[in-house]
Design a binder for this molecule. Structure first.
Ligand code: DNO
Length: 405
């Protein structure tokens, strides 16, 4: 595995210098300032490459921008409305420009409107640190009582709707506003933040788009961009829905192994691959992460390794972000499957036998609590995660005791 680290660019409070000290070997970044749908121009790509390659005092960092996360897919493409054809052309141009700059792995997602969704960004843990959390009753309170979506109440089990009502009636104005901010937070790193009116307008637009229709729009998008990716040598990798169940009445199409299998089959090319995010997929009890790695591994081009603790056994339930080796996913088994896949690729002579991974999210601990970096992306919490994951990788690939590489 190549140990990479997400960096939001020069404005990130965790610097390239910090990333070097964490021992990461590569950088994951995006041009967050480019409007969704526009072309990523060569000059902008080169600028970010230079920034990633340079320490704060102007020296060489020894790191390169290895993975794009994300080259976002516009809402127009997802809905097949407005400027969607132009956006697809632009997407292809961006892929060509990235490939010309030497970047081979491009992550994206196909979630309508909201990327990840959490109700708490700084939930206090017993040890005094904080983590991100999704609380179903708080989310229902937002949906039913703040957003007042018409169909909201019947989208939740009766007892959750009742609990939401109880909580809402005792909720302070401050907490209501915080809930709105957290849920409508938007993409990490983005300069575009939604208002409640924007959110409502988006939801209205999706009113008549079913999951099947969204899936067919997804396949149409892939049919257009995968041949370009293949030609220029880019490996596309779709990130799963986070959380992997329906929210706000929006369709979701990348939540389970069956979802992935359908999409991979529909456009059957190695360039049409997966970002296996153990945290997002692991928020559902029926996703078997080591099994998914074993069965879909050939097309896994990028790994997000993190863990969540599910607080219920329901498909749609509360969860919080656990330590990397805590939570419901057997991280040792998952990493074991990744190492076996890498060994298979090596034996087959594949040049992509080292799969880029990043320690995804982290709890805010120690000085993270003062630095307040991007939610989910603290320096020390992720460094701890990376250190633990690296320990497993070293142990499992030990020449005397481990999986042969
Ligand atoms: C959250 C991230 C996601 C991810 C996108 C990929 O922390 O894992 O926002 O970057 O969904 O397109």
């Amino acid at each position: 595995m190549k140990q990479t680290w997400r960096w939001f660019g020069p404005k990130d409070l965790v610097s390239v210098d910090d990333i070097r000290q964490a021992g990461a070997e590569g950088i994951v970044s995006a041009l967050h300032h480019v409007p969704v749908g526009a072309v990523w121009e060569p000059a902008e790509i080169e600028k970010r490459q230079r920034e990633a390659a340079t320490t704060l005092d102007g020296g060489p960092s020894g790191l390169a921008w290895d993975v794009v996360e994300s080259l976002p897919v516009s809402e127009d493409i997802k809905k097949q409305k407005g400027a969607w054809r132009e956006h697809i052309d632009n997407y292809r141009k961006s892929l060509q420009n990235l490939a010309a700059a030497g970047i081979e792995v491009v992550c994206y997602n196909f979630m309508p409107v909201l990327d990840w969704t959490r109700t708490d960004l700084t939930w206090r843990l017993p040890h005094g640190g904080t983590c991100m959390r999704f609380d179903l009753a708080d989310f229902a309170a937002f949906d039913i009582h703040i957003l007042k979506r018409k169909a909201a109440k019947r989208d939740f089990p009766a007892e959750v709707a009742e609990e939401a009502e109880r909580r809402f009636s005792g909720m302070s104005e401050e907490r209501k506003q915080e809930l709105v901010r957290n849920i409508v937070f938007g993409l990490p790193g983005t300069d575009e933040h939604l208002t409640m009116d924007d959110l409502q307008a988006h939801l209205d637009e999706y009113g008549d788009i079913s999951a099947d229709q969204l899936r067919s729009h997804f396949v149409a998008f892939l049919e257009e961009v995968v041949p370009t990716a293949e030609k220029v040598g880019i490996r596309l990798c779709c990130h799963p829905d986070d959380p992997p169940f329906g929210l706000l009445g929006l369709p979701r199409v990348m939540s389970t192994e069956a979802d992935y299998t359908a999409i991979m089959k529909a456009v059957d090319s190695p360039a049409n691959g997966i970002t296996l995010c153990s945290g997002s997929l692991g928020s559902r009890p029926d996703n078997d992460l080591p099994g998914m790695m074993r069965r879909l591994g050939e097309r896994v081009h990028f790994l997000h390794l993190r863990n969540v603790l599910r607080e219920s056994d329901e498909i749609m339930g509360s969860f919080h972000e656990a330590e990397h080796l805590g939570g419901g996913t057997d991280m040792v088994a998952l990493i074991g499957e990744v190492l076996k896949e890498e060994a298979r690729r090596k034996a087959a002579g594949r040049s992509d036998h080292s799969i880029p991974m990043r320690p995804d999210h982290g709890q805010d601990i120690l000085d993270d609590l003062k630095r307040k970096a991007q939610p989910g992306y603290p320096a020390i919490g992720r460094l701890r995660g990376l250190a633990e994951l690296r320990g497993i990788m070293s142990a499992l690939s030990h020449p005397q005791f481990g999986i042969r590489q």
